[in-house]
Design a binder for this molecule. Structure first.
Ligand code: BTN
Length: 259
């Protein structure tokens, strides 16, 4: 990939102000952090063809072979700490919009930040933030989007649970087009970060788990029930089999599966 080809026709105000493309790196999140700490502008985006140590939430490995879109963006969000989850939400909303624009049908968000098509994961985002004083001053949003991956490109255990744009649309895409769609969608959503009502409403509308029976894996235990509410900031509410409600916040949720 080249910055020049990503920039061709890109109309964003913040996201993609600076663009770097690399071949093989450990993790684009590390590149973005190093640049951010050296004063990279908000919106600077770092792409790699391949990652050798791609990481996901809860310390999981993110499989990142050539053919996918692996990028990280430097952000300086103006949100209080208790609203930081809005940054994760706008990331997932942006990727879902981009995935739809790129031709996959009906992408939804599996709380808190997976984008799924027919309940198979097509993308994940990882937001890492630094706190100085009471509010975050710097964040890196890493986005992994399975673009041209075939079934055989996924580790065996992930095959039934994963998909890609190529699998969904039946054709390979130019990674530059995919990059542009993601940057443009993220620019739109990121500029709406203060519009909490809109983010909450769209996040709920895009939910893949609302009104479905799910199994939620937290750091401490596994909880099963009907998802009666999904909120970008407050988390999810389950109705347990006992009839009691149970609220779970995103930061405690390692994984949500359909039960
Ligand atoms: C998840 O679903 O757990 C989040 C996955 C995030 C993966 C992306 S790929 C680009 C960026 N660099 C990383 O090391 N991780 C993120």
């Amino acid at each position: 990939m080249t910055p020049k080809r990503i920039r061709a026709g890109l109309k964003t105000r913040i996201i993609g102000r600076a663009i770097e493309c690399h071949s093989t790196v450990p993790s684009t999140n590390d590149l973005a952090w190093a640049a951010a700490l050296h004063g990279a502008p908000e919106g600077a985006a770092f792409f790699a063809d391949e990652q050798t140590r791609g990481r996901g939430r809860f310390g999981r490995t993110w499989h990142s072979p050539p053919g996918g879109l692996w990028l990280s963006v430097v952000l300086r969000p103006k949100v209080p700490l208790d609203r930081l989850l809005l940054v994760t939400a706008v990331g997932a909303l942006a990727v879902a919009d981009a995935v739809e624009e790129l031709g996959a049908h009906h992408p939804l968000i599996r709380f808190p930040n997976d984008v799924v098509v027919d309940d198979r994961k097509i993308s994940g985002t990882l937001v890492e933030a630094r706190l100085v004083g009471p509010a975050p001053d710097l964040a890196v949003m890493g986005i992994g989007l399975n673009v041209n991956l075939d079934r055989a490109d996924f580790p065996k255990d992930l095959r039934p649970l994963s998909t890609s744009l190529k699998i969904e649309t039946g054709r390979a895409l130019d990674l530059h087009d995919a990059a542009r769609a993601v940057l443009a969608a993220l620019d739109g959503w990121y500029r709406r970060l203060a519009d909490v009502d809109r983010i909450r409403a769209d996040f709920k509308r895009r939910s893949s788990i609302l009104r479905r029976r799910v199994r939620v894996i937290t750091g401490a235990d596994t909880v099963e029930g009907l998802a009666t509410d999904v909120d970008a900031v407050d988390g999810i509410t389950l109705r347990l089999d006992s009839g009691h409600p149970r609220a779970l916040r995103a930061e405690h949720i390692s994984e949500v599966r359909l039960a």
